[in-house]
Structure formats: C-alpha cells, structure tokens
Design a protein around this ligand. Structure first.
Ligand code: NI
Length: 308
C-alpha cells in the first residue's frame, strides 16, 4: 500500500535577487526590493511517498523526517543569507521554485521526497516534483465581483429550483480568491520558470482589472450566455490566460478559484488536460496489453506531475 505524507516546516532567512551583469539600480528596477536584502519566513510542505510499514507509517514524522529536515535544511539555512550560504543560490537566484528544487535534491538522499512546496509569503508558492528542471509557480490574488446564477430560458421559479438563493434577480457578491499555477523549465540564471513580474502583471492586467468590482452577468460579455458559476469563471480565467502565459514561455497548469471558505473549484490548463488524457489512454493500453482484456479500466499510473 503506497501512501504519501506531508510535513510542514519553516525557516527564516534573508536573500536577494541580483544579476551580476546589472548595476544595483538596474537590479532594483527589475526585481524591486528583492534586489536589496529582504528577509522572509519560508514555509515548506515536504511530501514523502512510500509503502506503509509494519508500524503504520510511510516515514516516522517525529524522528526520521523531523531530524532530516532539521539537519539538512533548517539548521543550515535558519538565520542565514541564502545567496551566501549554499552554492546553489550563488549561481541561481533563490526564487521559490529554485529553492524547492534545491531542497528536494538536498533531501532526496535521506527521505523518499515526492514534492516540496516553498512559500516565502502568502501570495507565492514554488513547487518541485523531481522532474529535471521543471517546476511550478503559483501566484495568489483576489477580486470582488457580483453575479446571479440563472438561465435566461428558464423562469425565476425554475432557476430558483436549480440555483436556490443564487438565482435572486438582484444578484449577490463574493470575494474571490484566485490561484494561478504555471509550470515550466527553471532558468538556470534567474531561477524562474517565468519572469515573475511579467506573470504578476499579466494576471493583474489580463484578468483582475477586468473582473474586479463588476457585475459579471452584465459587465463581462462572455457571461451573456454563460452562467457565471465558479466553474465557468475559472474556465473563463483559464481561457483568458492560457495563451498569454504560453507567450511568456510557460504553461498554465491550474486555475483554482475560491468563491467562499466552503466552495472552490479547480480547472487545469488545456495542454495539461490533454497530457493527462494521453497518459490515461497510454496507461489503459499498457494495462490492457498486460491483462489481455481490452475492456478492463485502468488507473492513471504515470508519475509525471501532470497526473497529480
Ligand atoms: Ni454566488
């Protein structure tokens, strides 16, 4: 029985983004205060995968995992400047995605690490899953908007039966929390899968400005004919961002939209969905070959991040 467990930990360190070929003023123009020496508390989520042993554990969290994390990550980095502590951060800027890549490789000899998420603050997360130089970057942001759930071809009574209070004619509002995750190859110099500022600007200018403080049904033409449920809003955001993100050199992996504390939805980038479908077909074909039964359904078993 294979299972995964996750251990959270944190360390505090200073760091800087400075490219040696640029002046300090140019670095500050490009990276903002990150070109100085800001400090951050880096939160980590370390996922470990493996079979459940005779003691009922994948790995012993209170001894093996905690000790390895403390010895190989937390003690060496806590209270230090990242750039000046490890060689990995001398050649490559210590971005969240590069830090997750580095920590994964530092921990792998000691723990069966599946993935590491690194977050220097609430709005940003890097994630590495052991796949070459490929990593993910998530930017979190938010907007406020009003909507009404109804189909124009139905009566108010019929719409109320389907959508409940959400069908009331005057609409209602939400504070939406949006997480956009992209994946791509880490640049060995900048440490980034995509230029952070460009991606951040794209999300703000490409979608947040458009949706923030709007009545979605009437202000956004797309929702003339499409009910602005969280699912449809997430799909609209995906379709709006997918090509511009590709133009920045990365792939849109996932859109996560939280409508309330209780309700959220996720949609994956089209290329990710296609990859998953292809992987599933491939997996099914192999399973069928192995079992000699073309009708036997098979689980998705590829280890690529796209299948997670
Ligand atoms: Ni609503």
């Amino acid at each position: 029985m294979v299972c995964s467990i996750t251990r959270r930990a944190s360390f505090s360190a200073s760091y800087y983004y400075r490219l040696p070929e640029l002046s300090q003023a140019d670095n500050e123009a490009r990276f903002g205060i990150q070109a100085r020496s800001p400090g951050a508390t880096f939160w980590l989520w370390v996922k470990i995968i493996g079979p459940v042993d005779e003691f009922g554990m994948v790995a012993n969290l209170s001894t093996q995992v905690k000790r390895s994390l403390t010895r190989y990550i937390l003690n060496p980095l806590n209270g230090r400047n990242l750039n000046e502590t490890w060689a990995e951060f001398t050649e490559t800027l210590p971005t969240p995605e590069w830090i997750s890549h580095t920590l994964w490789h530092r921990l792998k000899p000691h723990l069966n690490v599946a993935s590491i998420v690194v977050s220097p603050h609430e709005q940003v997360r890097g994630e590495y899953l052991g796949d070459g130089m490929e990593a993910r970057l998530t930017i979190r942001t938010h907007f406020s908007a009003a909507h009404r759930l109804s189909l124009t071809r139905l009566t108010l009574i019929q719409n109320s039966e389907i959508y409940g209070k959400c069908a009331r004619p005057s609409g209602h509002g939400h504070n939406y929390h949006l997480a956009v995750t992209v994946q791509g190859e880490i640049d060995p110099k900048s440490g980034m899968v995509v230029d952070f500022k460009s991606l951040n600007d794209l999300i703000e200018n490409g979608i947040i400005k458009e949706l923030d403080h709007r009545f979605l049904n009437t202000d956004i033409p797309y929702f003339d004919q499409v009910v602005p449920t969280a699912e449809n809003i997430a799909i609209y955001i995906r379709d709006s961002l997918e090509t511009p993100i590709k133009n920045l050199g990365a792939t849109l992996y996932k859109i996560e939209l939280h409508e309330t504390d209780n309700n959220s939805c996720e949609v994956y980038g089209k290329s990710v969905t296609e990859a998953k479908t292809e992987a599933k077909i491939e997996s099914q074909s192999l399973e069928q070959l192995a079992q000699g039964s073309p009708s036997t359904p098979a689980p998705v078993s590829n280890s690529r991040p796209a299948s997670v």
